[in-house]
Write a protein that binds this ligand. Sequence first.
Ligand SMILES: [Cu+2]
Length: 646
Amino acid sequence: MNTKDFPVTEPLPGPSRRTALKVGLAVGSASVAGIAKAALAPGMTSTTTTQLGGTVILARSPNPSPQTTPFLEAMPITPLLPERLLTDQAFAKTPPTEAPNRAINPATGIPFEGRGESHQLRSLNPPQKFFVQRFGAVPATSVHPQLAKQVNLWGSNLGGANLTTDKPMTPMPTIVSRYQTGANTAILVRRFNNLPTGAPSGGFGKNQISTHTHNFHSAPDSDGGPCDPGLGALSEDPKTQGRFYFPGQYYDYYYNMKRAGFTNPAFAPDGDIRETLGTLWYHDHREAHTAENVYKGLAGFHIVFNEHDTGNEATGFKLPSFPQFDIPMIFTDLLIDPATGQAAFDLFDTDGHLGDKYLVNGKVQPFFNVSKRRYRLRLLDMGPSRFYQLFLTNPDNLAQSIPYWRIMNDGNLLPKPLQVTSVKLAVAERADIIVDFNKLTAPGGAAAGATRLWLENRLIQTDGKGPTDQLNPAGTPANVLVEFRIGAVVADGSADPALITSFAPITLPPMEAPIVTRTFKWERTNGQWVVNGLPISCDEVRFTMKRGTTEKWIYQTGGGWSHPIHHHFVEGRILSRNGVAIAPGSQEFGRKDVVWLGEGETVEFLLKVTDYVGVYPIHCHNVVHEDHAMMLLFAVRDVGDTNPTP
Ligand SMILES: [Cu+2]
């Protein structure tokens, strides 16, 4: 397949610089769409919509975003998703059931629920708390006072039935749940798809969605995976589909709030406390369209507290209290088409998408007023393709090297707080950090006298394939994500991370000997991103892990690109990077669900699968690479295989 298969026909009416391409094949098969997208001439920057019927509309946006003045608006704090009673109208007529509700909804002519499988092991912990989200178009919203209001974003509301009064928002509401040893704290989230029908506004986005809670220990029925080989993932028919939910459908996601190992007699019924997860996020994972849908806004935080990391600085590990001093911050980068003022997304650039406007919690380069005390900041790179290396900069004294504390890597507490001067984040990685704005700015502090500090991404990245290994100098306003404006001293009941010597009993599980070693080469072939030479097929499970056992996976990639590799379902450990073991004290010495695989690197990874059976993906979380089609499926069963190069 190459560009000659996509002859250009007449320009469409409408916005300037639009071109229509006639596609000589049926678009709709994701892998076919992937090939089609990969075939555009290099250097074209564009947005498109892929429509059934074979027409691709292309809107180019080669120019940089309009200039903006940083720090004009405060950083928003995303609202929490409220709990709902079963008497809520979201549930009253169709109460949540273990088996999916595949009855035909007379109002829509399609099944009420998109789910195709029963919730595994739900009877062990029936859901106790219920939440509702309704996904829809976000009303015109300002991301910056000097930019046009964005009209093409998608999000979810707080669960109310009236989307006019309870409006969809992005980032999507923060979900908070809890582990509690000896108690059932299971939750169920009913998600309604109220996204617009017809061609997506802005020319990108797919309204058949699948919501992945990254990286909760879920059965496939609630994992929000990208495809469902048993039920026809490439089908556009909601009557046969079992993983995506379509406009007019809901999907009940069940989270048992038990740590991994909860079916192991040694850890039943609550699971292994060493498998505790904390900072998760949820996002759309629709095969071949994840990048578009996440870029459109379908992402939010899911935070899990527990008996030790309690959310209350008076108890447990005494980490800064949520939500006043524990702040989720979700990073993305938009490219604003200067012609339309709207966020542009190039479906034909398979290298990856880089924006030139940093957004934090939905605002371009906001400021955030803090007091002189400790804050826990939960940093999340939602992509689509940007890698970060984040420093604190005192804009009034660029020579200062300003330390902070890292306490979590991805969803997992490190063995103890690490003092660092920068944190690297690939797409989907998370870092929980503690910044002590009082100590830093006090006399003798590393930023003595500072009245403001910048959180600055100094990593140089010039295309979507990955970053360089070079840093910009400190103090470049365009590289700043947020300006912290430091107010007065206030009471601080949180523990000084310097005095926390261990997060026990949340420690690292022992690393068991692997029974299988498998190698995965993350490469580019014929314009497609592939794993061991193959793009994703939703109809093929490439290998099977034996439930209850440990495997070693070796990730390799060539020069010229980097990949954040994510596997669903369980946490793992990076054993070595380019032959060098990960040592205690490294930021990577902990459990991980994303592995930053840098140019030419080889990384060894160890993981153990427990509890559930079913099919999960491994994929590049540069969501553009993922969509084109750097992903494979594996199964967890009671009999595994030993395929060394799946
Ligand atoms: Cu990649």
